[in-house]
Write a protein of this length. Structure first.
Lengths: 261, 378
């Protein structure tokens, strides 16, 4: 309970931090905040042009453009949290050495600002859904629940990464690689059924929680059906557990932050 | 907390720092040298037990490196003890490092919000206090300008004003009362006195024993990481000064037997200041300054244009004593630190003159010297 009391007391700090995260990142660039939407969009265009040639029509799904958008934008949510969240303690060395405040405010605000960004990006997904003829349905009411599951997963990840990063700075580079690997280990560009004969590999991809989460997003945006509740429930439990473990690790490592930095 | 009357409770608390010969930061180094203890353990605080009651004003005193600032940092929870516990009860503000979270590109007003939010204030609470903060900082005309345009004094004034107006139950202060000009300092002291009298708990680390005596009702002396003495400030300070004097004499004696010791001295010429100009019409002028030394034999030699002056009088200099007691305690006599000599300007020729002061050993070794040039005109 102390956790929630702490966060509540420092809600103003959380708010100013989120504002700084959203506005500060692109400060000085010509297009400003627009970049956080433009980036995944440009990525989509590149894949949309290149991959049908690589995989042939059989590999790409129907309405491939919409399939890509519904995969890449949720994936971008994870990558922003991981790449910006990992050094979030290190980057705030100045204030961490100077004053006490609940350190978890930093990773939490990172996840929340990315979540807000993601919700805004969902408008782009909707535009694509309508534009490509996939349409929109009432299944969208499930969006906040899936986003919440992903946010909890992201929070667990960033608790671990940001606190370990203070002690072992290589984490930042490992994260870059892992994200790259995860991108291909999740059915974002391809359909899972292409790997049916891959045996071990397909098992691993199925175990990836992001596979379930992106699948759920596609169910509600693209296929207009309810997501696989059992699979999503398991991912939620896993994410929740990861968040608890991550928080405990963070709390343990937190005590050395000011000395290690 | 064992006792709810306490604002700060420290129980059997030990803190040490690991000093790595080289900081092992990369994963490779961590794995390669895992378990190979290169780290030296440097104990900073040893088994400290301490209770500070609500509403008390307490000073932590000790020499440099005694661990008192570390103790303060432990109270703020920036760092954590290795053994034992440090518990605090109530909202706490530290004035350890001012201006945390300041962004130089933003205006003073926006920075008040940033800074105060780090101290855990909500927007509403900041809104309520903002006028008071701006008024205290005396920066009304500049408050909407980016703080990169501020002078360092203005910056510190703003930072201090935020910190002191947070309305915390416990205030931790580390030697920061050197903020701004005399007028602002007086204001800070007045504010601190007001906070003290309104029942806030205040913990101060200070080398300025005058401040300790005036502001605090209790002093705690930390000696090389150990809890040494606790009580009324005048008593603790007296014992503390005795110990420093003893330590200095012992160190000197030890170093002397090792043949490593060199006597030291420092002096200063207050008047005349360098390149000053005097009119003969002023007739007489008092030239003065001060000298401290740990050599029992060294004497002050003041010469004007190479000729030694006779009849120099010595007097009391409390300010000099306070500045140098830590280094020279045991060798200083506060009543004879200052020197002065009345000079008859009419005796001097027009033109440049040279006043030289030296701290000289009987064998002619000069420990310290200073020269100021001044001119005499009609």
């Amino acid at each position: 309970m102390q956790v929630f009391k702490n966060i509540y007391e420092y809600r103003e700090l959380l708010k100013t931090n989120i504002k700084k995260d959203i506005r500060g990142k692109y400060k000085g660039s010509f297009l400003g905040v627009l970049w956080s939407f433009l980036n995944p969009l440009l990525q989509v265009v590149v894949y949309w042009i290149v991959f049908p040639y690589l995989m042939g029509r059989a590999g790409t799904a129907d309405n491939y453009l919409c399939y890509l958008v519904t995969g890449i934008i949720p994936w971008t949510f994870l990558t922003t949290v991981a790449t910006l969240g990992t050094p979030c303690i290190k980057n705030n060395e100045g204030i961490i050495k100077k004053v006490y405040f609940p350190r978890e405010v930093l990773p939490i605000s990172q996840v929340l600002s990315s979540l807000i960004n993601f919700f805004i990006s969902c408008i782009i997904i909707l535009i694509f859904c309508v534009g490509t003829g996939a349409g929109i349905s009432y299944h969208l009411v499930f969006l906040p629940i899936i986003a919440l599951v992903q946010a909890i997963l992201n929070l667990g990840i960033v608790f671990i990464l940001s606190s370990v990063c203070v002690y072992v700075q290589d984490v930042e580079f490992i994260v870059t690689f892992l994200l790259n690997m995860g991108f291909y280990g999740t059915p974002i560009l391809y359909q899972l059924k292409m790997f049916e004969k891959a045996g071990m590999l397909v098992r691993l991809i199925q175990l990836n929680p992001m596979t379930t989460i992106i699948g759920a997003y596609r169910d509600i945006f693209l296929y207009h059906q309810w997501p696989d509740m059992i699979a999503l429930g398991i991912v939620f439990l896993f994410s929740f557990l990861l968040m608890i473990v991550g928080y405990m690790l963070f709390k343990k490592l937190e005590k050395g932050f000011a000395e290690e930095l | 907390m064992e006792n709810m009357e306490n604002a700060i409770e420290i129980r059997d608390m030990t803190k040490y720092f690991k000093v790595h010969n080289e900081k092992m930061h990369t994963l490779k180094e961590r794995i390669l040298y895992f378990g190979r203890g290169q780290a030296e353990i440097h104990r900073v605080l040893n088994h400290i037990n301490l209770d500070i009651k609500k509403g008390e004003t307490v000073a932590l005193i000790g020499t440099n490196g005694s661990g008192k600032s570390t103790l303060l940092k432990l109270m703020t929870k920036i760092i954590y003890p290795n053994e034992g516990t440090v518990e605090t009860n109530g909202k706490l503000t530290s004035l350890l490092e001012l201006g945390a979270g300041f962004h130089i590109e933003f205006s003073g007003r926006e920075n008040i919000y940033f800074n105060a939010s780090i101290f855990g204030l909500t927007r509403k609470e900041i809104d309520e206090r903002i006028d008071e903060i701006i008024e205290f900082s005396e920066l009304e005309d500049f408050i909407d300008q980016p703080i990169r345009t501020y002078s360092s004094g203005m910056y510190m004034r703003l930072a201090f004003s935020v910190a002191i107006n947070v309305d915390a139950d416990i205030l931790l202060i580390d030697e920061i009362l050197a903020v701004g000009d005399q007028h602002f300092q007086d204001k800070c002291y007045a504010k601190l006195r007001q906070l003290r009298d309104s029942g806030k708990t205040i913990v101060i680390v200070s080398h300025s024993l005058g401040v300790v005596q005036e502001l605090c009702r209790r002093a705690i002396w930390i000696y090389h990481g150990d809890f040494k003495l606790d009580g009324a400030p005048s008593y603790v300070i007296e014992e503390y000064l005795k110990q420093i004097a003893l330590d200095n004499q012992q160190r000197r004696a030890r170093n002397k037997t090792l043949g490593m010791y060199k006597n030291q001295g420092v002096l200063y010429i207050d008047t005349p200041v360098e390149s000053s100009i005097y009119r003969k019409a002023e007739k007489t002028k008092i030239f003065n300054g001060w000298m401290v030394t740990d050599s029992a034999m060294a004497r002050l030699r003041v010469s004007l244009d190479g000729k030694e002056l006779e009849g120099i009088t010595r007097h009391r200099r409390e300010d000099v004593y306070r500045a140098y007691y830590e280094q020279y305690a045991g060798f200083l006599d506060v009543d004879t630190l200052g020197w002065e000599k009345v000079i008859d300007l009419s005796q001097l020729d027009n033109g440049e003159h040279q006043l030289k002061a030296e701290c000289m050993e009987p064998n002619g070794t000069v420990l310290y010297s200073m020269v100021n040039i001044f001119s005499v005109i009609d």
